[in-house]
Ligand binder design. Structure first.
Ligand code: PMP
Length: 299
């Protein structure tokens, strides 16, 4: 027994009993939406923003989440309390639910709602000091007019293929271009480059998820008086950047020091990346929905 409690369709069950029907359309077709959220030192970071993106994604695919945002936020907080976590990664999944073998979502009577929380560190601590190597891959980002990257759906095959390409190249993360060859994002993180003191991240129309960490970094950079812009850029711009970093709920803020074999600058994390990482680390522990003191008061 792992001792971990999972919220599954209205109740808490031990991990070993947290099983879903093979007829669930989340499993059969990737029909559903999800969120990855994080709790730092007992505070859930940007819970309202994550819930907004979850409900917007569900609305976009005509999936009705059977809880209000407030109810789901209480379920998330209860899951963290039940497991007695201080720091955790939280996965919320809402799938179309159990139906028949056909893909028609109208055979699914009731969405499945799952909340899993566990302690997580995506990259070893050391990599936040040394930075990571990445490659750009042949797989393109889903075209926005086919399946909008703004919908955080269970359909992550595009991203998984990118991850496989990264591993085949001997690294753990990769950059995706859009169909025009502009840099879009990583497999599960947004990208920023810094050239001559100007910080740039691709606008969402290039085909990236509107990352919540990305938005936090934009806010923090503006607060620190840095010049930050949404702008399209190519692989070449990444190669010649002074600094490159990725952002994501799981990845946090991590420097990229080599891309396709080219060193980024001198190959160590740059000063602006480190400044933003520090500002990020401070805000995640100060902000947020308190799990243990004041119920679900958003901060
Ligand atoms: N892009 C993709 C494809 C992702 O899956 C994620 C992780 N949710 C991100 C970017 C980063 O978004 P966030 O900062 O909201 O975690």
């Amino acid at each position: 027994m792992s001792g971990k409690w999972i919220f599954l369709n209205g109740r808490f069950v031990p991990e070993e009993d947290a099983v879903i029907s093979v007829y669930d359309h989340g499993f059969l077709y990737g029909d559903g939406v999800f969120e990855g959220i994080r709790m730092y030192e007992g505070n859930v970071f940007r819970l309202d923003e994550h819930l907004k993106r979850l409900y917007d994604s569900a609305h976009s695919i005509m999936l009705k989440i059977p809880y209000s945002k407030q109810e789901l936020s209480e379920i998330i907080v209860d899951t963290l309390r039940k497991n007695n976590y201080q720091n955790a990664y939280i996965r919320v999944v809402v799938s179309r639910g159990t139906g028949n073998l056909g893909l028609d979502p109208y055979t699914c009577k009731e969405p499945s709602v799952i909340v899993i929380a566990e302690p997580l560190s995506l990259f070893p601590k050391k990599l936040y000091e040394t930075g990571i190597d990445v490659v750009s891959v042949a797989s393109r980002r889903n075209r926005s007019d086919v399946l909008s990257p703004k919908v955080k759906s269970l359909n992550y095959l595009n991203n998984i293929l990118v991850k496989i390409e990264a591993h085949l190249s001997g690294v753990s993360e990769a950059l995706m271009m859009n169909e025009q060859g502009y840099v879009a994002e990583g497999s599960a993180d947004n990208i920023f480059i810094i050239q001559n003191g100007v910080i740039k991240t691709p606008p969402s129309y290039v085909g990236a998820l509107e990352g919540i960490t990305r938005n936090v970094i934009i806010e923090l950079a503006e607060k620190e008086g840095l010049d930050i812009r949404e702008e399209v850029f190519t692989r070449h711009d990444v190669y010649v950047a002074d600094e490159v970093f990725l952002t994501g709920t799981a990845a946090e803020v991590i420097a990229v020091v080599k891309v396709d074999g080219r060193l980024i600058n001198t190959g160590i994390p740059g000063p602006i990346t480190n400044q933003l990482l520090q500002a990020f680390r401070q805000v995640v522990t100060e902000d947020g929905t308190k799990v243990y003191h004041h119920n679900t008061q958003a901060g």
